[in-house]
Write a protein that binds this ligand. Structure first.
Ligand code: ZN
Length: 326
């Protein structure tokens, strides 16, 4: 069974890697070679990280654990890893325990995550954190990890982490907060070096919950992210000319009258594409979407975006890896 060959053939030279395709391809070939499904899955989980790590080496990547908005059921809520393999910043955690499943599918140990940034305290971004904390915190308590964890967010995020943790965990966990689980309150415009890259965090000026976005300089590429709200203009210094803009797109333009994204702080594919053009971003990544268009989403969203923007458009699936290239 030449797993190495299968994975290399599937993944080599692709701008983005759909992990589900790799898994299916692997299982099909594994079955032919006499592996039973269960054994193959175990084999997959235990080997995927090793092979992806080998393939991607030190390449900067984005890995989307989820790509949907708050109330989707066909996707996980939008959250992602940014960095190089084994040295990621986790941006948001989605709304539940699925964050652990998504990491497992990629062969990534939650204990390898040292830095987590939470954009805001809405449940689709925030509540998955408490599953990460449960795994990481209790691994600290029971001596299964020596690594410390850093959490980054606004004053509101940091305060809510303390309040909710107190409701959920025992005293031995609470003793870790501020010690091995360090809480870092972000100010508008603060610059930090995290997981081998440079980040500038900024207040996006939300009129709902306090929310931060970032500009990252990673392996020669720049990436801007505005959380789950649309570009308003004040973010221009952080977004202008970035190689990759990650922008939410609640729905297609034709569905705007029915889905009403704008009063919720969200936007449409058309709006996101026009923003990417105006801001001279070379690549546009659309996330935080509806799931009515499931299976057709990538095709329909790209088609609409291309009408207004000439750069490269990505509409990643959950578990898709985007290789960050100049
Ligand atoms: Zn959201």
């Amino acid at each position: 069974m030449k797993l190495k060959k299968i994975l290399k053939k599937s993944l080599k030279n692709k701008k983005c890697i759909k992990i589900e395709d790799v898994k299916e391809d692997f299982l099909k070939k594994a079955k032919k070679n006499g592996y039973k499904k269960k054994e193959s899955l175990d084999f997959y989980y235990s080997h995927i990280a090793k092979y992806l790590k080998k393939l991607l080496k030190d390449e900067p990547v984005l890995i989307f654990l989820g790509t949907g908005h708050a109330l989707v059921s066909e996707y996980y809520n939008t959250c992602f890893l940014i960095g190089t393999y084994d040295n990621f910043l986790l941006v948001d955690c989605g709304g539940g325990q699925t964050v652990l499943r998504q990491l497992k599918q990629l062969g990534i140990d939650p204990l390898s995550i040292k830095n987590i940034f939470i954009t805001h305290t809405h449940q689709d971004h925030f509540l998955g954190l408490f599953w990460m904390l449960r795994v990481i915190g209790y691994s600290m308590i029971y001596g299964r990890t020596n690594t410390d964890l850093n959490l980054y967010g606004s004053a509101q995020v940091i305060e809510r982490i303390k309040v909710i943790s107190k409701e959920l965990y025992r005293e031995n966990f609470m003793d870790l907060l501020g010690k091995r689980i360090r809480l870092h309150e972000l100010n508008d415009g603060i610059r930090l070096g995290l997981s081998g890259s440079n980040y500038t965090f900024f207040d996006i000026g939300s009129d709902k919950k306090e929310q931060f976005g970032f500009k990252a300089d990673i392996g020669g590429c720049s990436v801007s992210y505005l959380g789950d709200e649309r570009f308003r203009g004040s973010e221009t210094p952080y977004v202008k000319g970035t190689d990759y803009l990650i922008h939410e797109a609640f729905c297609l333009n034709k569905d705007e009258p029915r889905m009403q994204p704008f009063p919720k702080g969200h936007s449409t594919v058309k709006y996101a594409a026009k923003t990417a053009k105006k801001m001279d971003c070379h690549n546009l990544i659309l996330v935080h979407t509806e799931d009515e268009s499931y299976l057709k989403r990538e095709r329909l969203y790209k088609k609409e975006a291309k009408k207004y923007y000439k750069g490269t458009v990505f509409v990643p699936d959950d578990l898709e890896i985007i290789r960050l290239r100049k």
